[in-house]
Write a new protein. Structure first.
Length: 279
């Protein structure tokens, strides 16, 4: 994997984990998830429209961007719901990490990407690390309602990841982010939740922090989309999950979530796996 792709993905992982931490720390995690999607999409939308007239684009690329937005509706809904009920260090590894198991399978067997055995070993080790971070080795301690929400969120991540991989091959990644984020957040608020005035009040009273997380989200995922465009989704997706280790560390240090042995093992495995993936 080229060093520029590695650096791009690692910067994205830190930014992504940071905005997830800020949302979990807030009093309205569910609402923040929806609002950041709308605002980050709205901020970048004028530039995305400009790209239609100045960059390569196809109707298929636009349609795939819209499809990604529709999948994001469910992603934002389930992620926000999970954050209201469970620890960041549980939801984040499972929700994000499910894609580590599913996306490489699609990349290898459907997209026909070529991945070395060492990198595949790294993917597997990252997956084991994610299972450890979520304490999935001790099923008796798992709240299955939290697990269900986290897994469903992870499935939506896998779906929009594959859609986005195809979309960025046809249209500018910046456009894909803008359309999918705005559409996902807007439809989630107006059609599924429908408490528009409620969201307006929260946005008005917390505008500064919402703008911060929106800005971080826009940069983080746009960087990943560029990585998808120029590298294998089978490797970029598991490498992104370094952010699960960062999120777990943030949860333990800054949110006073308990430091446990299985979390230390999980973080260590993810780091080792990431090193093998980039080999």
């Amino acid at each position: 994997m080229p060093i520029t792709i590695i650096i791009t993905v690692l910067i994205s992982t830190f930014l992504h984990a940071t905005w997830n931490f800020l949302i979990k720390k807030s009093n309205h995690p569910y609402e923040y998830v929806q609002l950041l999607a709308v605002i980050s999409g709205a901020i970048t939308l004028p530039f995305a429209i400009f790209l239609i007239f100045t960059d390569k684009f196809t109707i298929s690329g636009i349609l795939l961007s819209i499809l990604s937005g529709l999948v994001h509706v469910f992603y934002f809904y389930f992620l926000g719901s999970a954050y209201k009920k469970a620890d960041l260090s549980f939801v984040y590894p499972i929700a994000r990490g499910t894609a580590v198991a599913l996306v490489p399978l699609v990349g290898l067997f459907i997209i026909k990407e070529s991945v070395s055995n060492i990198s595949l070993l790294g993917v597997f080790i990252v997956f084991l690390g994610i299972l450890s971070l979520g304490n999935m080795t001790n099923l008796r301690s798992v709240n299955f309602n939290d697990l269900f929400l986290s897994l469903i969120t992870g499935i939506t991540v896998s779906i929009y990841t594959i859609v986005d991989k195809y979309a960025v091959s046809l249209i500018n990644p910046f456009f894909v982010f803008s359309i999918s984020s705005f559409l996902g957040g807007f439809l989630s608020i107006t059609l599924i939740d429908r408490r528009i005035n409620h969201f307006y009040i929260i946005a008005k009273n917390n505008l500064r922090i919402i703008l911060v997380v929106s800005f971080l989200s826009a940069i983080a995922y746009t960087l990943v989309l560029y990585a998808y465009k120029f590298s294998d989704v089978s490797l970029v997706t598991p490498l992104r999950e370094v952010q699960t280790a960062i999120a777990a560390i943030m949860g333990m240090i800054l949110l006073n979530e308990k430091l446990k042995f299985y979390k230390i093992i999980g973080v260590s495995f993810i780091i080792i796996g990431a090193i093998l993936i980039t080999n």
